[in-house]
Design a protein around this ligand. Structure first.
Ligand SMILES: Cc1cc2nc3c(=O)[nH]c(=O)nc-3n(C[C@H](O)[C@H](O)[C@H](O)COP(=O)(O)OP(=O)(O)OC[C@H]3O[C@@H](n4cnc5c(N)ncnc54)[C@H](O)[C@@H]3O)c2cc1C
Length: 468
């Protein structure tokens, strides 16, 4: 029997955050309704509410651990659907900033698949919970408040969203808790203003990163000592990124990207291939020259880091929480979004186990601290580019000093497999960013600095990718 204030929870948005949040709410509420504007496809395929699904979607090790814990059987289902695995230490080629990382023994193995396949299998498992209902084709267009305007009591919904134009009948659905998980274009700032609340202050750090993605069939006779390749640019000279990511059914997703408005071409297949020649390594170009494209090229440019500071508002309604990209979204190049969704869902689960009554404002602060480290990693890297624009003075002395340290640490992990492992574990969110000062990295940086002082540069700091 559920507490009277835990009868019904509504989640706005049925993408990765909405599904994972719905899954943990099922532990605590009598009934959970996930409201999604799209009609869910009957099989793993593209839907318009998640336009980013065409592009590489790396699920970091930390995210995979949580998904497997929340949804037993998920990994097996993905494997049965033909999704391969990648051991990021031994089976991937990583070229951050123009120099290839050494291989290292690791337990960092993830199942790699398209975003469509992952979301579909997550959704099947979430839908299996008896107390979770999915309402597709339903668009929320406002919040309901009580007469004191102190608490959210439900949502206003267009139950037949086909027109997408606020025509037709509108319904009101009551709930004891409402979660907004409607993504980057969340309307919460507008919805709370309609009820006398201030909109949140926003921090936006935009590196003007653009994506272009095409899927390929892996050539039948293809043989290589790698399964995935990730090449990143180096500020300020080479803004070009590229990746090959193996997915189900022997396919590759190939995503090219450019910082600072150097966008990869989306309309010309020759130019797409030509862009791969300008990456810091010829490996992607070489692999693609034998592979057959199976889709057209799709672009994506809405990639700014954006934090809506709900945690800083003096006044915040009870029984309402904003989560996932609707609250804080990151430059996707670092592959963190879905893992932050998973970490946030776990934080909500803990909150609901601790407090009999949801403390919305406190939860909003918890979410801020869950996102803070990831935000620092993503924006710290973006702010290294002179073309990045920020609406805040994040480029203070500490940031500049940390950039200098990170640049020196890069030289260490580019030559030392133990340091490469630490770096990767930070990137996969299984170690906190403070581990950039792990003795293996800090020791290397100090050693390099001392050698620099006596005029002897460390050898590998001179290497370029062509020497591997
Ligand atoms: C190009 C790109 C590449 C990315 N690559 C990665 C990656 O490699 N790894 C990674 O972890 N993350 C990646 N991400 C981020 C990841 O896609 C998101 O962080 C993740 O999907 C969680 O987002 P979300 O569920 O909060 O919002 P979204 O995924 O944006 O979903 C919002 C959902 O809400 C629905 N909705 C919107 N408005 C309404 C409404 N009014 N009523 C009802 N429903 C509504 C939408 O239809 C949609 O289903 C990438 C993002 C982009 C843009």
């Amino acid at each position: 029997m559920n507490e009277p204030n835990r009868m019904h929870a509504i989640v706005i948005g049925g993408s990765m955050t909405g599904l994972l949040v719905g899954r943990v709410l099922a532990n605590h509420f009598g009934k959970v309704t996930i409201v999604e504007r799209d009609q869910f496809p009957p099989e793993p395929s593209f839907r318009k509410g998640v336009p980013q699904a065409r592009h590489i979607h790396v699920l970091l090790v930390r995210g995979q651990q949580i998904l497997n814990e929340l949804l037993p059987g998920l990994d097996e289902a993905l494997a049965n659907a033909g999704a391969p695995t990648v051991d990021w230490g031994m089976e991937s080629i990583n070229i951050p900033g123009g120099v290839r990382l050494p291989r290292f023994e690791s337990e960092m193995i993830t199942r790699t698949c398209s975003r469509n396949l992952l979301e579909w299998h997550v959704r099947q498992r979430v839908a299996n919970f008896d107390n979770i209902t999915m309402r597709e084709n339903c668009r929320v267009n406002g919040l309901l408040f009580d007469s004191t305007k102190k608490r959210v009591t439900g949502v206003r919904v267009y139950p037949d969203n086909e027109a997408d134009d606020d025509k037709g009948s509108v319904e009101t659905w009551e709930a004891d808790l409402v979660i907004d998980a409607s993504g980057r274009n969340s309307q919460t700032p507008k919805w709370i203003q309609e009820h006398g609340y201030k909109p949140p202050q926003e921090t936006i750090i935009n590196s003007f990163l653009g994506y272009a993605t095409r899927w390929y069939k892996v050539p039948e006779d293809f043989q290589a000592d790698w399964k995935a390749i990730l090449i990143s640019g180096r500020p300020p000279d080479n803004p070009r990124y590229g990746g090959i990511y193996p997915i189900e059914n022997n396919q590759w997703i190939v995503t090219l990207a450019g910082m600072g408005g150097i966008y990869p071409p989306t309309d010309d297949q020759e130019a797409f291939l030509e862009y791969t020649r300008q990456l810091a390594s010829p490996l992607i170009y070489q692999a693609l020259s034998k592979a057959e494209p199976i889709t057209s090229i799709h672009g994506y440019r809405n990639t700014a880091n954006r934090w809506r500071h709900y945690e800083k508002l003096d006044r915040w309604p009870n029984d309402f929480i904003v989560m996932g990209d609707a609250f804080c979204s990151f430059n996707p190049a670092y592959g963190q979004g879905m893992t932050v969704s998973a970490l946030s869902a776990m934080a909500l689960d803990k909150h609901l186990s601790t407090y009999a009554r949801v403390k919305s404002q406190k939860m909003q602060k918890v979410l801020a601290s869950t996102s803070k480290n990831v935000w620092r990693l993503a924006t710290g890297e973006d702010l290294r580019w002179p073309t990045t624009e920020a609406n805040t003075d994040e480029l203070g002395l500490t940031t500049r000093l940390s950039h200098r340290y990170v640049e020196k640490a890069r030289l260490v992990y580019q030559r030392n497999p133990d340091a490469a492992r630490v770096f990767f574990e930070i990137a996969h969110l299984i170690r906190p960013p403070t581990q950039l000062f792990h003795p293996v990295l800090l020791g290397g940086v100090i050693q390099d600095s001392l050698l620099g002082l006596i005029g002897k540069e460390t050898e590998t700091s001179q290497l370029t990718v062509s020497e591997f």
